[in-house]
Design a protein. Structure first.
Length: 216
């Protein structure tokens, strides 16, 4: 069965039923350079082709992560849209961006990562501009990704994995200096004031927050 949904920011196609063997064969055949991002829940495969609006939010959230790491003097390893999958779970997903932060020393220098033996990324970013037919939070939770930032139809949410399920948090786990409300404000500003202007304003805000914490 094939179902296709198109909106200005995304094009989504759902294939089902899809076996794990078919999913992995399709991954291998299409290669790492394809422009689409995939989510597989053991039965359905959702293929999302991002367009301009989607990529804009993805890029700006990624820029804010890098700015936070630099201003907080935190090292990280960017893993981009690396395919996160485990055969035993029959689940796989490709985030918009993901990062090793707390566990960065464990994977530093590695050019290939395998969730069968390596830890999952500490933070994943997921942008959804329309309804998804797949429970993506369930996939991330099964893969044990500790923190997820999800921008879903205009709403930014921080999630932390607690006992196998995601709970909403006001503050980021990896970067507790920033709240979801503050970051959402800068995400929206990046769409109106310009990406560089919003990034500069965000850096200034982070430095001010750090100064306040250091002075208290």
């Amino acid at each position: 069965m094939i179902a296709t949904n198109r909106i200005p920011g995304e094009q989504k196609t759902v294939l089902k039923p899809i076996s794990w063997q078919t999913f992995t064969a399709l991954l291998q055949e299409t290669g790492e350079d394809r422009g689409s991002r995939w989510a597989y829940d053991g039965e359905q495969l959702e293929i999302m082709t991002p367009l301009l609006e989607h990529e804009s939010y993805k890029s700006n959230l990624g820029n804010f992560v890098l700015a936070l790491a630099e201003e907080l003097n935190r090292e990280l390893k960017s893993a981009g849209s690396m395919t996160l999958k485990q055969e035993a779970l029959e689940k796989g997903i490709e985030p918009d961006n993901c990062y090793y932060i707390q566990s960065e020393p464990v994977v530093r220098g590695k050019q290939k990562l395998n969730l069968e033996t390596d830890p999952p990324p500490d933070l994943a970013i997921e942008v959804d501009l329309t309804h998804s037919s797949i429970n993506k939070l369930g996939i991330y939770a099964a893969l044990q990704v500790p923190e997820l930032w999800r921008y879903n139809r205009g709403v930014l949410t921080f999630y932390q994995l607690v006992e196998g399920e995601y709970v909403e948090r006001e503050l980021s786990v990896a970067f507790p200096v920033v709240s979801v409300r503050d970051l959402a404000r800068f995400v929206e500003e990046s769409q109106t004031s310009g990406e560089i202007a919003a990034l500069k304003a965000f850096r200034s805000w982070v430095r001010e927050k750090l100064h306040e914490r250091g002075s208290s």
